[in-house]
Write a protein that binds this ligand. Sequence first.
Ligand SMILES: Cc1ncc(COP(=O)(O)O)c(C=O)c1O
Length: 404
Amino acid sequence: MTDYNAFFKETINQLKIEGNYRVFADLEKIAGNFPQALNYKENSVSEVTVWCSNDYLGMSQNKIVIESMIEAIKKVGAGSGGTRNISGTNHYHVLLERELCYLHQKESALLFNSGYLANQATLSTLGKKLPECVIFSDEKNHASMIQGIKNSGARKVIFKHNDLEDLEKKLKKNMNAKSKVIAFESVYSMDGDFSPISEICKLAKKYRALTFLDEVHAVGIYGKRGAGVAEMQNVMNEIDILQGTLAKAFGLIGGYVAGKKDLIDFIRSFSSGFIFTTSLPPCIAAGAYTSIRHLKFSDTERKNMLKNIQNLKLLLKKTNIPFIDNGSHIIPVIIGEPNLCKKTCQILLDDFKIYVQPINFPTVPKGSERLRITASPNHNDKMIKELVNALKIVFRNLKINKAA
Ligand SMILES: Cc1ncc(COP(=O)(O)O)c(C=O)c1O
């Protein structure tokens, strides 16, 4: 190749033609006033209401979380200064890992710099190191799990989404594999549906497989102490490796895995994505610790979020705006065409000061482009009415009427 730039330009152009080119909204959250944010454009700035944040419980704005971070930064400074092995284990990291053990009732927990990394690094280490490992992966698993499995070099067997029969058929077929891991999520992020955790764990036991459960969209929200769907369904003990994030309902950044002592020690000792990177700033660990502990005892955020979600779903139904209702906090409104999806969001932003990011391929399959709406405890009835009214007008004007 001689003209590399022409190649890059042409490939990007193709994305634009397909409607899959990503444009980031330039936002400045207004502290203490979530879900309001300033939206910067070339020649203007306006205040918008955010309806697509994964800061599900508004914890990024929580006063005690912020105070604990400021206190930590004053006490120990900004960055951690090293990898966990070389001077980068601050006492805040240790306290946080201990708190994660209590939360998930596991012997041990390990912090990563993101949920993506926790998935990618853990699965790649297991797949690489376990003898003759086969990884069974739900077809709707997140990109971070897919990447981890790919990097591991282990054999991957994809089972149909949430399909126990298909999973069992495939486990049976690979009965003689020396080691097996079943990787799945508790709440799938784009459709908001739950997995049959207990039944998958039973199959894992029957075929002697380890279970790896991604609870990224569930921690903080489900279960009476916010430990996730496994806590809500009383099956935490059944899970071998529980993976979560500190970046969504807990309001910060970072990811983790929790499980038996030896298993976590194994990941700690062999996972490249854990070993060879600077650890999270201690103030992040301090904030996450405060956030987790707060949500362990306070139900207010969860209750208010649920109330807003119920009200929003009711109003959407009343207004005949089709959405997928899988009983979770995630509300997907299917548009089904990438350019139309983008246009819908653009009008919502420009004319109604409502920010919902269009979700297009490859995040969701082609033909299922959507708005992925999330309501936090900080939204209110007026905002809900404004959102539904705006959707009604835009759907009518753009002639969108696709049943979900
Ligand atoms: C199911 C799932 N797992 C993992 C991740 C990655 O988590 P993080 O954002 O903390 O990197 C995401 C991110 O959205 C996700 O949806």
